[in-house]
Write a protein that binds this ligand. Structure first.
Ligand code: PLP
Length: 383
């Protein structure tokens, strides 16, 4: 029997009416993106049909566009607990925004400077920093993780940090194995070394309510398509950095933050949908009219309770199957409901294909190559 929370949520997702090969479908590809509720699609449609325009014009739809983007910034600021909506910039996706930011930061760095990345991170939070390092003669240091606890080795981080460190790039949660990192501890260590911290919260945001103030980081990026929104990327940065740094930007476009960080004409309908996704998550608290951040807190608590129960079932099932190996922190530990697993004698790609034919979407087999250290391959990520 479907529990009331599940029933309430599923009713908002028309996609669950679909069948594949005669079977109902099951989505296990959270690490690759979420499904979109009707309310978000309605907001996108309404924007495109009734308010579509470029920004800063002196006519109704353009003024409505400016107001809609401003409203979305406010909602995303509430989601991230950003002190100011002007600290929220939109872009194509997290990867593009991270390349964008890295080039701007790199203008000030060169030989003798160092950047720290981690082995537990998605390539989107490694490659931009490694490419920058190649361009500018910067040294990259890589922090490993424990293959027993699947958590970052903070002692190795301490050894990697020095007064030469300019930035530490760390993921808030791993989309391959579900580890949730103590980014506040990492940001604090970076700060003590005189370095900046950049947090990849793409996989964290669907599962935990981000809080840039509690994390104490300098920058954070995430993607709305992972939290029930359209394909839009989000970059948060402290005002002091967003105003001081010089982004690559076409003149004479706006030179005030956050617009100075946004290039070209944005995906307005996606941004409107992003704001609607934040509202939709908050609606799960069932207390309309409350302060948005407070509703989000309550909604995330409900999500956490629900997905923890589902994950306990998934984890117990996977670990009891002969020939299946599960990777990641302990089931009840500090983690997202994301499982990496392999099946003896079946390649990850083949396993994903077979599950797909049965209407079950799983993350595809991924292989990640960390810079300069070892090669390693991750199995299927599902969550
Ligand atoms: C942890 C993590 N970081 C970064 C990315 C890249 O995000 P985007 O597709 O928005 O560039 C992903 C996407 O799967 C991810 O899971």
């Amino acid at each position: 029997m479907t529990d009331p929370f599940s029933a309430r949520v599923r009713a908002d997702f028309p996609v669950f009416e679909r069948r594949v090969g005669g079977r109902p479908i099951a989505f296990f590809d959270g690490p690759g993106g979420s499904q979109v509720p009707r309310q978000v699609a309605d907001a996108v449609r309404d924007y495109l049909l009734m308010h579509n325009a470029n920004t800063h014009g002196f006519f109704a739809t353009s003024e409505e566009t400016d107001a809609a983007i401003a409203g979305a910034r406010e909602r995303v600021a509430a989601l991230l607990n950003a002190p100011w909506p002007s600290e929220v910039a939109f872009g194509a996706n997290m990867t593009t925004l991270t390349f964008h930011l890295s080039r701007s930061l790199g203008r000030e760095w060169g030989p003798g400077d160092e950047i720290v990345v981690t082995q537990l991170d998605h390539q989107a939070n490694v490659a931009p920093w490694v490419r920058l390092a190649e361009d500018r003669g910067i040294t990259v240091r890589v922090v490993p993780f424990s293959s027993e606890t699947f958590t970052l080795d903070l002692e190795a981080l301490d050894r990697a940090l020095s007064r030469r460190t300019r930035l530490v790039a760390v993921g808030a949660a791993s989309n391959a194995i579900g580890t949730v990192n103590d980014v506040a501890a990492v940001a604090e260590r970076a700060r003590r070394a005189g370095a900046l911290s950049f947090v990849d919260a793409v996989h964290y945001t669907p599962h935990r309510l981000p809080d840039v103030q509690a994390m104490g980081c300098d920058f954070l990026a995430c993607s709305a398509y992972k939290f029930f929104g359209p394909h839009v990327g989000i970059l948060w940065g402290r005002t002091e950095h967003l105003e001081r740094l010089t982004p690559y930007k076409v003149p004479p476009a706006s030179d005030t933050a956050p617009e100075r960080w946004e290039t070209g004409t944005l995906n307005h309908e996606g941004i409107v949908g992003t704001g609607a996704a934040v509202e939709w998550i908050a609606s799960l608290a069932g207390d309309p009219g409350r302060d948005l951040r407070e509703s989000l807190r309550r909604a995330y608590a409900a999500i956490h309770r629900h997905e923890s129960a589902l994950f306990a079932q998934l984890h117990a099932g996977l670990t009891s199957m002969p020939g299946v190996r599960v990777y990641g922190p302990a089931a009840e530990g500090e983690r997202t409901p994301t499982a990496g697993f392999t099946i003896d004698g079946v390649s990850p790609g083949e396993a994903a294909r077979r599950l797909g034919r049965r209407g079950c979407s799983s993350g595809t087999a991924t292989s990640t190559r960390p810079p300069s250290v070892t090669r390693w391959a991750w199995p299927i990520a599902a969550g």
